[in-house]
Write a protein that binds this ligand. Sequence first.
Ligand SMILES: [Zn+2]
Length: 323
Amino acid sequence: MAKCAFCDANFETGPGDVLLVCSYCGTAQTTDGVKFKDHYMIRVHFDQHEAQTTLVDWISKQLGAPEDLNVGAKFVKYEQVWYPFWISRVDAHTEYQGMGRDANFHNEWPQRRGAYKRIDFYWKPESGAFTRRHEINIAGVKDIDADVRSHPIPTRAKEYFSHAHAEEFDGKVLHSNMTEDQAKKLAHQIAHDRQTNLVLQEVSKIESRNDKIDVGETFLIHVPVWELMYRYGNKKYKASVSAPTGYVIESQYPRSMTFRAGGIGVGLIMLLIGAGLIMLALDVLGLGPILAGGGLVSGGLLAIIGLVLMYKAASSKEAKERV
Ligand SMILES: [Zn+2]
């Protein structure tokens, strides 16, 4: 529990929450009661009903989804969760010196242009610089699904956080487990790593480097996500849909009976053919050496693919929208 420094209300907090949002007045504050001003949100454009319709439409287009999903799916849980993210603009400039790999080519084959009889690789000193502006996005809660953590956030559409807007949809606004200072430190580290990756595309070994990394504008943004659960047949499936964009972050969905039966059937046939090839290769039937090692390999492969197909057909599917 915490006491709001601005409206005096008591509100719930959990272990590790260090930047709090009062659930009564919506003021973002530190545990010492200092107001945090750079607090933004992305507005909801898909209400619960629209999010569900978008999800069902999307799933219906997936391979093997049952045709009656729009009448057969019953939503049993829906919650709008507002996840906190720290966004930092980081200006980074890296000068580097290192060793790159290069090669000398000798004796081109006359018949094959571009092919050489001898190639000598050698190390060569290289230097250069990279200047980049990174937008670093860090989830403010540890307990967050990996797909929600990495889903695209349209930060350009940000506006100041409105408690009334979150309340309109009964949104659950999560506190952040990370302070502004911690977020900035981490953003600095991530920008440094990204610069390292850029340099390593140019040189294999970094001998020396000089980094100027400047963590600039940093703000907290709450992003609403519909956490949904629906029942189809006797099973339940989970899905996450972005409330601002209707983007399906991830969703489990059922496979239709015909699709499953087809997958299991094809898998079984491949398994049987594979087993047959293996038997021929090993000469189990005593027919003489019809197939050698190649039969063993292709038979084994077919059997494995068959098993995978059967497994895939039998399991429910997890799918994500492509960006
Ligand atoms: Zn308050």
